[in-house]
Design a protein around this ligand. Structure first.
Ligand SMILES: Cc1cc2nc3c(=O)[nH]c(=O)nc-3n(C[C@H](O)[C@H](O)[C@H](O)COP(=O)(O)O)c2cc1C
Length: 147
């Protein structure tokens, strides 16, 4: 059964709200396993077929914690090539972080990324939560379609 990780960072809880609904969306698709977490040892990333990262934008960038995680993946030579990647996050006015995450996934780790990233301005409203559900479904279905 395909395994999907929803890994997020959230300082004031907005991206966390999105992460929970993205994970719910994944669960609506049968025959996939989902783990929702804010921390995963990098060695374990290799166990997932898809990695979806939730990142808020701070100071026009992704949080240092997520940047460090990617650096550790590179240092330790964790193999992410060919895995499905996605990104989402809450923002206030510019929202660059999820886009940067996808670029790293695609260019540095050769993951198959699902574009565009999903953004919510501050607290996700019901409309945005529905988009989070759909986003989760889309990620899960992409694994099932590709076998
Ligand atoms: C110190 C600080 C810096 C921020 N910088 C940016 C920024 O550069 N661009 C942006 O779009 N939002 C920025 N924001 C807004 C946050 O992205 C927004 O509050 C978001 O909802 C936080 O998500 P979280 O609750 O998951 O941590 C900033 C917020 C703070 C407190």
């Amino acid at each position: 059964m395909p395994k999907i990780l929803v890994l997020y960072y959230s300082r004031s809880g907005n991206t966390e709200k999105m992460a929970k609904v993205v994970a719910e969306g994944i669960k609506t698709v049968g025959d996939v396993e989902v783990e929702l977490n804010y921390f995963v040892p990098v060695e374990e990333l290799a166990n997932f077929d898809a990695i979806v990262v939730g990142v808020p934008t701070y100071h026009h960038n992704m949080p240092i914690e997520i940047k460090k995680l990617f650096e550790e993946v590179a240092e330790k030579g964790i193999h992410l090539k060919g895995k499905v990647g996605g990104a989402f996050g809450s923002y206030g006015w510019s929202g660059e972080a999820p886009k940067y995450v996808l670029e790293i996934m695609k260019n540095r780790f050769e993951m198959k990324v699902i574009e565009p990233p999903l953004l919510a301005k501050y607290v996700p409203d019901q409309d945005k939560k529905n988009s989070c559900l759909d986003f989760g479904k889309r990620i899960a279905e992409s694994l099932i379609d590709s076998g």
